[in-house]
Design a protein around this ligand. Structure first.
Ligand code: 5GP
Length: 346
């Protein structure tokens, strides 16, 4: 046994220090980024915020709404081939650049992935997603997928440490998804004791990835536009959102009424709700590692997007970054013991 005494930080442990700036208005800030990738020849341009591949977030409807604003969606892996055929036959212009097809590491998953690409070979992104990206089998699967799809952009995760980011990039991933345990409906830290505070995970993993010419996605733990700004400030190339995009018209999840008010169900992909829905129950050798919650219905996602993008533009003006690309360079975090004033919170 060994103990690391360095303090690891989460979003709540820091704020971003304002800096002198020549920017006059938020409208001068450009949130679009252009990425070239380590392995794939694809060039991607857009606002690097992603809907998570959860069936209550990363839906086809969400992809359509986000793509119109040039944001990205990792489509969840539970759509049938018939659903994919319908969606791809009506695919709105440009959406194929802004979606990833998600897959697990089973043979069934990889066969389904191949079928989706048969319907539309122009889809560019694959998201290989497992809860624990530390297994040898996972790195091997990434390698096989790279051999099969030399041109596609491969996202792989989740991990939280630099050495595993490097291994996945060297195995063929272009982008590594970072986050174990910070998610809003995740119970991994409670059930297993395993995890890593998200801000430190981003800082360490971004450093490892950028050293090799790869990118990272900060996945999980953002509860406000300010957290998204901190994730970018820490070095994330992309930020993935679950809970912040749940509860909208475009999100999945059953609509419920409670005391006359509308709610939508939102659950972790390892929750018993998800396992009962997709694999017929929780297998007897495992525990559920996700929660099921009801979130207040939030209307169309457009309003939330404006809040997020407006907040992020404002962060950039506070530190003098005219482009999102400059935010990390212009970020100084200060360690804090307080965040917002909650005197009027009920
Ligand atoms: P959020 O933005 O809601 O804080 O986090 C979303 C992320 O939580 C997802 O992208 C995924 O990585 C993670 N997640 C989703 N469902 C589960 C689950 O059931 N268990 C765990 N451990 N993580 C989950």
């Amino acid at each position: 046994m060994r103990i690391e005494y360095d303090i690891k930080l989460g979003f709540k442990d820091v704020m971003i220090r304002p800096k002198r700036s020549t920017l006059k208005s938020r409208s001068e800030v450009n949130l679009e980024r252009e990425f070239k990738f380590l392995h794939s020849p694809v060039v991607w341009r857009g606002i690097p915020i992603m809907a998570a591949n959860m069936d209550t977030v990363g839906t086809f409807m969400m992809a359509q709404a986000l793509s119109e604003k040039n944001l990205f969606t990792a489509i969840h892996k539970h759509y049938s081939m018939a659903d994919w055929s319908v969606f791809l036959s009506n695919l709105p212009q440009g959406a194929e650049n802004n979606i990833a097809v998600s897959t697990g590491t089973s043979l069934t998953d990889s066969k389904k992935l191949a079928k989706v690409f048969e319907i539309n070979p122009n889809l560019k992104f694959i998201c290989i997603d497992v809860a624990n990206g530390y297994s040898e089998h996972f790195a091997h699967f990434v390698k096989q997928t790279r051999e099969l799809y030399p041109e596609k952009v491969i996202i792989a995760g989740n991990v939280v440490t630099g050495e595993m980011v490097e291994e996945l990039l060297l195995s063929g991933a272009d982008i590594v998804k970072v986050g174990i345990g910070p998610g809003s409906v995740c119970t991994t830290r409670v059930k297993t004791g395993v995890g890593y505070p998200q801000l430190s995970a981003i800082i360490e993993c971004a450093d490892a990835a950028h050293g090799l010419g790869g990118q990272i996605i900060s996945d999980g733990g953002c509860t406000s536009p300010g957290d998204i700004a901190k994730a970018f400030g820490a070095g994330a190339d992309f930020v993935m959102l679950g809970g912040m995009l749940a509860g909208h018209d475009e999100s999945g999840g059953e609509m419920i009424e409670k005391n006359g008010k509308p709610f939508r169900k939102f659950y972790g992909m390892s929750s018993s709700t998800a396992m009962e829905k997709h694999v017929g129950g929780v297998a007897d050798y495992r525990a559920s590692e996700g929660k099921t919650v009801e979130v207040a219905y939030k209307g169309p996602v457009e309003g939330t997007l404006q809040d997020i993008l407006g907040g992020l533009r404002s962060t950039c003006t506070y530190v003098g970054a005219s482009r999102l690309k400059e935010l990390t360079k212009r970020t100084t975090f200060i360690r804090v013991n307080e965040q917002e004033n909650r005197v009027y919170d009920s």
